[in-house]
Design a protein around this ligand. Structure first.
Ligand SMILES: Cc1ncc(COP(=O)(O)O)c(C=O)c1O
Length: 435
């Protein structure tokens, strides 16, 4: 297999190389870059649909009771993505009042909104009461706030309690969430206390949730966490109609060395068979099972396109300086994430030159790729970085006055749909108080 074919496998399903040019959903990437400007984020609808279908089909085949998929909006949320989630009957996990506002604006009702977050403020809880069907309580302080905010006779969203399982999945320490001492969730003793509080204050406790981390590909650490959660469920006696969410976090391949992409059906079969046998062993009724994927649903669907502005020699080092970087993709600066890329109009060319790809921002850490071999690129050409759909735009900033990029949803045979407008200088001036 050639290097470019290997790299193409990281791209969305509809990506192709024809006559050396990269296309997605039948649309030429360079033409899109010229028309919409760069940095530009492209989302392939076919890839979104395929991964969503893998989640739905596998759950239909392997889970004998009710289930639902909760898309973790923190990975990437715009009104269009929220509407896409709703069209699949997915619930959207919203962290805080801001994400709930986006989901509600997109027309999602309570049945499609779940309120997450550690340290939910009064504003977050008020938004949750107004917009959400489920609140995942991270701690007792939130429950106390919720009980205070409740108006007499008001029906509250269902409450699930977030367990800190005390063990994490294997991933970067910054994306581990379930380990002992983590800021997320409650110990078993704290869960028991929170459950007692719910009962004393008539808060509708119906479920248990945990999340161990993000970007893992070995599901085995889920086993002890699921066992612990089922033990708790038994102790809490949540009734026949109880809910269980073992979170999300399933990983994707970001670089050709990490291929093949981790299998969604394999992950789900692991979760469903363990939960099923665990319930049987404890005489527990099968819960309504919720999976909470973010990255594995949207990461591979997204591609970031940049234009090369400067090719700079620095000693023995060749820098490709492009027009985006840590302001639209902070993952390399945050976690040392390793990316790959293709040259958009030399996509089938065998790479010959080792270069580093960096952005225009005033930080030496503003690097997108440390070292990669590429065909020789001229200033003005474009590169495309695959697996850019999750935790890029949702973590983007205005550092150095960067304006957040545009994002397009691509569907074969249709005109691209702008799902996020490129910001302008006017957006940077929104906060100005002087007329
Ligand atoms: C509570 C919770 N649920 C779901 C997710 C989604 O994880 P991922 O995008 O890795 O699937 C996260 C991410 O950190 C999370 O904290």
């Amino acid at each position: 297999m050639t290097t470019s074919q290997n790299r193409l496998a990281l791209f969305p399903l509809s990506a192709q190389i024809n006559a050396n040019r990269l296309s997605i959903a039948g649309l030429d990437v360079q033409t899109l870059a010229k028309e919409y400007g760069t940095p530009l984020y492209l989302y392939d609808l076919a890839q979104l649909e395929d991964t969503a279908g893998q989640y739905q089909t596998t759950l239909r085949q392997t889970w004998q009771a009710n289930w639902s998929i909760t898309y973790a909006g923190k990975a990437f949320l715009t009104p269009a993505i929220a509407r896409w989630a709703k069209a699949h009957n997915f619930v959207v996990d919203c962290t805080g009042a801001g994400e709930m506002g986006v989901a509600a604006h997109a027309g999602l009702g309570k049945e499609n909104i779940l309120a997450h977050g550690v340290n939910k403020s009064e504003e977050d809880l008020q938004a949750a009461i107004r917009y959400a069907g489920i609140i995942v309580a991270d701690n007792l302080s939130e429950l106390r706030r919720l009980a205070r905010l409740r108006t007499p006779g008001e029906t509250l969203p269902q409450i699930w309690l977030r367990l800190q399982p005390g063990m994490a999945v294997e991933t970067h320490s910054y994306t581990q969430t379930g380990h002992e001492g983590s800021k997320f969730g409650m110990s078993e003793a704290q869960i028991m206390e929170a459950a007692q509080f719910c009962r004393q204050h008539d808060l509708p406790l119906t479920g248990i949730h945990f999340h161990q981390g993000s970007q893992f590909r070995d599901p085995s650490p889920l086993q002890p966490a699921i066992e612990k959660a089922l033990d708790l469920a038994q102790e809490l006696n949540l009734g026949a109609d109880w809910h269980f969410s073992p979170g999300g976090g399933w990983g994707v391949a970001y670089h050709e060395e990490e291929l093949p992409h981790p299998s969604v059906p394999e992950y789900l079969r692991f979760v469903t068979s363990l939960t099923q046998s665990g319930c049987r062993a404890r005489n527990l009724p099968l819960p309504h099972l919720h999976l909470e994927p973010g990255r594995s649903l949207v990461a591979r669907a997204g591609v970031a396109v940049y234009q090369v502005g400067t090719v700079k020699q620095a000693g023995t080092h060749t820098w490709l300086l492009v027009d985006g970087g840590m302001a639209d993709n902070p993952r390399k600066a945050l976690y040392g994430a390793k990316y790959s890329c293709l040259a958009v109009t030399q996509a089938a060319e065998e790479p010959q030159q080792t270069v580093s790809v960096a952005g225009p921002y005033c930080e030496s850490g503003d690097v997108l790729i440390d070292e990669i071999t590429l065909p020789p690129l001229q200033e003005g050409e474009y590169i495309a970085i695959p697996v850019s759909g999750a935790y890029h735009l949702s973590m983007a900033s205005n550092y150095n006055g960067a304006r957040r990029p545009a994002a397009l949803l691509l569907e074969a045979g249709k005109a691209p749909q702008v799902i996020q407008n490129r910001e302008t200088v006017a957006d940077l001036l929104r906060g100005d108080t002087v007329p």
